[in-house]
Design a protein around this ligand. Structure first.
Ligand code: ARG
Length: 467
C-alpha cells in the first residue's frame, strides 16, 4: 500500500511547499478516525452511486469506484493500510488508496462533497450503529437482572437509605430498580438514534453545492430517515455525538451504582452475595483474596465516560459557525465510549447472572423489628392518630428498646401501651417483615403482588423485542 511518491495532501494544492512537521504532528487524526473507515466508505459508495444516477459521473466509473472501495474496506479491516501522517485523516487515506487502485478516475468521487459534510455523515452512521450496540448490551443486562429477580421474589432484605437499614423490600424489587434504570437508558439511546439518523451530505463545506445532487436518494441508500435542513448547522453540529456520549455516561453512572453494590454486598461485612469465581479476581500477594474487580471497574469506567462527555461539550462550546477544525478533536471522546459501555454492561451482566445471593444473611440484616418501626407508626395512623404523634410515640419506644438493649420486636404489649394508649395487643403482629412487605401494595411498591406484576411486565416487554 506504499504511496509511490511522498504524499502531498489534496488540501495543500494552493499552498507552497510542505507542511512543517510540527503542524503535521498536530493535525494528524488517522490514528483516531481510522476507526471510521467502514462508515466513510459506505458514505462514499452511496455518494458516487447517486452522482452516477444524476449524470454527474459516468456510470462505469462509479461502478469501478464502488468496487475499489470494497477492496479498500477489506484492506482497512485487515490492517493493511499504511498510515501516513501527512495525509491527515481517514477521508484522505481512503481517497489516496482509491486513487492507487483506479487511477485518475478516483477524482470523480469528491464532486459536491467536502470533508466537512463527509465527517459529519461518518459520525452519524457511527452513532446510529453505536446506539444499536448499546441497546443490545443493555437489553442483555436487563435480562440478567430480571432472571435473578424472578429467582428471588421471596428473598427479603432491608432496603437502605443513607446506607442504613431502612425498611423491608424483596431482592426482586431491588434488582428490578436496575431494570428500570437500564430501561430508561435504552429509551435514551433510541432517541439519540432517531435524531442522528439523517444525512448531512450535500451540505458541502458549509454552503451546499451548485451541482444537482439527490440528497434524499443518498439518505435512503444509507438507511437514514431524511436530510439535514441547514448546511451551516449540518457541518458544525455535533449534538448527536454529545447526546450519545451523555446516554453512555448516564448508563455508565447506573453501572457504577450496581458496581458499588457488588463491592459492598460481596464484603464479609455484608455477606449478601458471592461472585462466581469466573467473575472474581485474586490478589498477586494475598492468597486468601477474592476481589470484586468487576464492580470496581464498573465504577471506574464511569469516570472515563463522564470525562468524554465534558470533553465533547467543551470542544463545541463557543465555536462560531460553521465548521472549525476544533471539531476534529471529537473523535477520541466519541469513538471509544460506546464500546466501553458495552464491555462493562456485558461483564456486569455476567457477574450478576452467575452470582449467588445469600437470602439468610439478607433476612438476618432485617434485624428484629427496627426496619418495621414505620409500620408501628402506621398502625396508629390506621387507628386515627395523627402521623406526627404516632411517629413520636414509636420514636420513644425505639429509644427505650435501644437503652434496654432489647430488639424492638421484643417489647411487650403493656410497654407499647405505655408509649401510646391506642396500642393494643395486636401491635405485636406488626413485627413480621413478610407481612409488612405484603401490605406494601400500591403501584411501584415492593409488595409481592406488585413485584410479580412488574416481573411479568418486563418479561413480556423483553420477550417481545428479541429472543
Ligand atoms: N478530519 C477532519 C475532522 O474530523 C475532517 C474535516 C476536515 N475539514 C477541513 N476543513 N479541514 O474534522
Amino acid at each position: 500500500m506504499r504511496a509511490k511518491e511522498k504524499a502531498k495532501p489534496v488540501s495543500r494544492a494552493a499552498l507552497a511547499g510542505e507542511a512543517d512537521p510540527r503542524l503535521v504532528a498536530l493535525s494528524v487524526s488517522i490514528q483516531d478516525d481510522g476507526a471510521l473507515y467502514a462508515e466513510d466508505i459506505r458514505g462514499s459508495q452511496a455518494h458516487v452511486t447517486m452522482l452516477a444516477a444524476q449524470g454527474i459521473v459516468p456510470k462505469a466509473v462509479a461502478r469501478r469506484i464502488v468496487a475499489a472501495l470494497d477492496q479498500v474496506r477489506a484492506e482497512f479491516a485487515a490492517g493493511k493500510v499504511r498510515f501516513d501522517p501527512a495525509l491527515e485523516d481517514v477521508h484522505t487515506h481512503v481517497e489516496r488508496r482509491l486513487g492507487e487502485l483506479v487511477g485518475k478516475d478516483a477524482g470523480y468521487l469528491h464532486a459536491g462533497r467536502s470533508r466537512n459534510d463527509q465527517v459529519a455523515l461518518d459520525e452519524r452512521l457511527f452513532i446510529v450503529a453505536a446506539c444499536d450496540r448499546c441497546d443490545a448490551a443493555l437489553e442483555r443486562l436487563q435480562r440478567a437482572f430480571l432472571s435473578q429477580a424472578r429467582a428471588h421474589e421471596a428473598t427479603i432484605l432491608p432496603g437502605y437509605t443513607h446506607l442504613q437499614r431502612a425498611q423491608p423490600v424483596s431482592l426482586a424489587h431491588h434488582l428490578l430498580a436496575y431494570v428500570e434504570m437500564f430501561g430508561r437508558d435504552r429509551e435514551r439511546f433510541a432517541e439519540v438514534r432517531r435524531r442522528a439518523a439523517i444525512s448531512p451530505l450535500g451540505s458541502g463545506a458549509l454552503a451546499g453545492t451548485t451541482l444537482k445532487l439527490d440528497r434524499e436518494a443518498v439518505a435512503a441508500r444509507l438507511g437514514l430517515a431524511g436530510v439535514t435542513r441547514n448546511s451551516l448547522d449540518a457541518v458544525s453540529d455535533r449534538d448527536s455525538a454529545i447526546e450519545l456520549s451523555f446516554a453512555c455516561a448516564l448508563a455508565a453512572v447506573h453501572l457504577s451504582r450496581i458496581g458499588e453494590e457488588l463491592v459492598l454486598w460481596t464484603t464479609k461485612e455484608f455477606g449478601f452475595m458471592t461472585l462466581d469465581d469466573a467473575f472474581a479476581t485474586g490478589s498477586s500477594l494475598m492468597p486468601q483474596k477474592k476481589n470484586p474487580d468487576v464492580g470496581e471497574l464498573a465504577r471506574g469506567r464511569a469516570g472515563r465516560a463522564l470525562g468524554d462527555l465534558v470533553a465533547l461539550l467543551s470542544i463545541v462550546k463557543n465555536l462560531p459557525l460553521s465548521y472549525n477544525r476544533d471539531l476534529q478533536e471529537d473523535k477520541r471522546p466519541l469513538l471509544g465510549g460506546p464500546d466501553a459501555l458495552v464491555l462493562t454492561a456485558d461483564a456486569v451482566a455476567g457477574a450478576v447472572e452467575t452470582a449467588t445471593f445469600h437470602a439468610d444473611r439478607m433476612e438476618e440484616a432485617l434485624g428484629s423489628g427496627e426496619a418495621l418501626a414505620t409500620d408501628a407508626a402506621e398502625y396508629l395512623v390506621e387507628r386515627g392518630v395523627p402521623f406526627r404523634e404516632a411517629h413520636e410515640a414509636v420514636g420513644k419506644a425505639a429509644a427505650f428498646a435501644t437503652a434496654q438493649g432489647r430488639p424492638m420486636a421484643k417489647l411487650t404489649a403493656p410497654e407499647w401501651k405505655g408509649f401510646h394508649p391506642r396500642f393494643e395487643k395486636d401491635v405485636l403482629r406488626v413485627f413480621d417483615a413478610r407481612k409488612s412487605l405484603a401490605r406494601r401494595d400500591l403501584p411501584g411498591a415492593p409488595g409481592p403482588r406488585q413485584v410479580r406484576r412488574e416481573l411479568a411486565r418486563w418479561e413480556k416487554a423483553l420477550g417481545k423485542r428479541r429472543s
